[in-house]
Design a binder for this molecule. Structure first.
Ligand SMILES: Nc1nc2c(ncn2[C@@H]2O[C@H](COP(=O)(O)OP(=O)(O)OP(=O)(O)O)[C@@H](O)[C@H]2O)c(=O)[nH]1
Ligand SMILES: [Mg+2]
Length: 250
């Protein structure tokens, strides 16, 4: 029956970089079940970041970019001989498993789960985006624009929900321009341009050179060496060529 496995030969194009983007399935329900803070829950965000670090240790990507329930993974070296089904399924299941573990490790979340006794399993969808070198920065800029839209709309929606019900809040925001949403928030004492950078621009994980102190037993003295370790950037700039030149070459 091997001949029925008709997708098993699909492979990513040779020579291109790839991004794998995983996105949480029905995380609006998860957010409600876990009683996440709105619009941002720092404990949930930390669980997503810890998941990213676990991914880094296992698969050594070049860069991870995350906001809300999505994780963008940039790979230089294509794993599993480029087999599409294998990459998508392994990565999505790895992220689901790792996030589940991180959530269960959090005392607040595990209490909520225990009390409700009704939390559905976490799952992610996954897609592969082959990119040539000219498309890499525009891709990440596009995701960062989405993070910003998500931030603006999230603040606007949850702020209005303090005064209105769901339908009214949606209706008020319908077809509003960005400047009008800024104004709406400003009237309610929220300056959206001053909320934490990670909420507006998302969070990155990349390898950084860090100095490590060691001991040389032959010479009996301290030595400083440089290691490359994954590091979380909570204060990303607006993505540009320069940013990617630095993180991908250093
Ligand atoms: N309250 C809260 N919700 C969050 C947070 N991060 C992600 N979410 C939720 O995750 C959802 C992500 O949006 P989507 O991916 O478009 O929606 P989804 O419900 O996951 O639906 P599908 O991806 O289509 O399965 C948001 O709508 C939020 O409900 C957070 O920090 N706090
Ligand atoms: Mg989702």
């Amino acid at each position: 029956m091997k001949e029925c496995e008709i997708f098993s030969n699909l492979r990513v194009p040779c020579g291109s970089k790839i991004v794998i983007r995983v996105d949480g399935r029905n995380f609006s329900r998860l957010a409600s079940n876990l009683k996440l803070e709105k619009p941002y829950d720092l404990d949930f965000v930390k669980a997503m970041i810890a998941t990213g670090h676990e991914f880094f240790r296992e698969f050594s990507p070049s860069f991870i970019y995350t906001f809300s329930d999505e994780v963008n993974i940039l790979l230089d070296e294509i794993p599993f001989k480029g087999r599409l089904e294998k990459i998508n399924s392994v990565f999505a299941s790895f992220i689901s498993g790792a996030l589940t573990r991180q959530i269960l490790r959090d005392q607040k979340f595990s209490n909520i789960i225990e009390e409700s006794g009704n939390i559905k399993s976490i799952s992610f969808d996954s897609r592969i985006i082959p990119l040539n070198s000219d498309q890499l920065v525009p891709y990440f800029k596009n995701r960062q624009d989405e993070a910003w839209r998500n931030c603006l709309n999230g603040y606007a929606y949850w702020t209005l929900r303090q005064e209105y019900d769901k339908n009214e809040a949606v209706q008020i925001l319908d077809k509003k321009k960005t400047t009008e949403i800024h104004e709406l928030l400003y009237q309610r004492k929220i300056n959206i341009t001053e909320v934490p950078t990670w909420q507006r621009r998302g969070i990155g994980i990349s390898r950084e050179n860090i100095k490590v102190e060691g001991f040389n037993p032959l010479e009996k003295k301290k030595v400083i060496s440089t290691r490359r370790r994954p590091s979380t950037n909570w204060d990303l700039p607006i993505f540009d060529d320069e940013f990617f030149r630095k993180i991908l070459i250093i």
